[in-house]
Design a protein around this ligand. Sequence first.
Ligand SMILES: Cc1ncc(C[n+]2csc(CCOP(=O)(O)OP(=O)(O)O)c2C)c(N)n1
Length: 311
Amino acid sequence: MPVAPSSGRSVFPTDDRHFAGYLPFGAELISNELADHDLVVVVGAPVFTCYPYLPSRLVPRGTQLVLVSDDPDEIARAPLGDALLADPGLALAALAAEAQSRDETTRPLPPDKGPPTAPQPSGGGRPSPAEVFAVLGPALPERLRVTNESPSNLPDFHTYVPLTFAPCGYLTTPNGGLGYGLPAGVGAALADPGTPVLAVVGEGSLQYTGQALWTAAQHGAPVVTLVVRNDEYDILKAYGDFQQVDGAPGLDLPGLDTVAYAQSYGVPGSRVDGGPDAVRDAVLEALHEALRGGGPALIEAPVDRSVPSLV
Ligand SMILES: Cc1ncc(C[n+]2csc(CCOP(=O)(O)OP(=O)(O)O)c2C)c(N)n1
C-alpha cells in the first residue's frame, strides 16, 4: 500500500511489510509508478495532488482507477476514474471482508525490504540532511508525533524516519503551503501532553509561524523543534533548476539566528555543529526533558547546501 502524493498524515505504518512507500508528486512520475497495476483504489485522498507540473495522464491507459471518499467535492474534482461516495473506513472493512470470503490463493507477503541503504557522505564540512535523518530516525522513541516542514528534505526524511505512531502520528501540510507544521505540533502537544512532538522545520519555513514557539513556551508544551538549516530556500532553487531559471533572486538566507529567535520567544535553543550523532543525542535529550515537564526546546542542525533535483 503506497501513500498518496503529498499526504498530510501518516496513513499506514512505514515498518509494515505491506508498506509500499510514498508516491511521487509529478503526474508522469505517478503514472510510471502505477504502470504495473490493473486497478488503483484511492482511499480518502485526492486524485492526485501534483507538483511540479509534468503533463501526463495520472494513470496509464488501461489502468482502472476508483476513488473512495466521503467528500463529494473531492469526488467532483477527481480528473478521471470512477468514485464511490462512502466512509473510507467502512468501505475498506467491507472490501476486506469480501476479499477474505473469496477462496483464492492468498498473495504472498511482499519481500522484506530491510533497512534503507546508508546515505553517501556529503564530503563537505556539514552533513547532508540524509546523514542526519539516517542516524536520528532509528533512534527516535516509538511514542512520538512528528511534523515536517523542511521541503527539500522530504524524500530523505521519509527514507530514514519511521512513522509508526497512530493516530495522527505524523502531521504535515498536504498542499505545500508553509506555516502549518510547527503550530500543528504545538497544538497536538497541548491536546496530548503525554506524547512529545518532534517538529522538523527548515529555517525558511520557521519564519512563517515561528510565533508558535511562544505558545509552546507559555504552556510548557513538550515540543522539540529541529531546524534543518541549509542557509537557503533550497526547494525553490530546485524549482528554478527545473524551470531552467538561473539566478532567481532572494533564495539565500544567510545570517538567520534561529537559536536567538527561539530564545526571544522563551524557548531555549542550541546550535549543534557536531554532526549527526551529536544532533541525535541533543534531540533525544530534549525530548526526554520535554516529557519530564521541561517544556519546549529548539535545536539547529546545520546541513549542506546541495540543491536536490525536483524530479
Ligand atoms: C505560505 C507560503 N509562502 C511561500 C511558499 C513558497 N515556498 C515553498 S518552499 C519555500 C522555502 C522553504 O525554505 P526552507 O524551510 O528553508 O526549506 P528548504 O527548501 O531549504 O528545505 C518557500 C518560500 C509556500 N509554499 N507557502
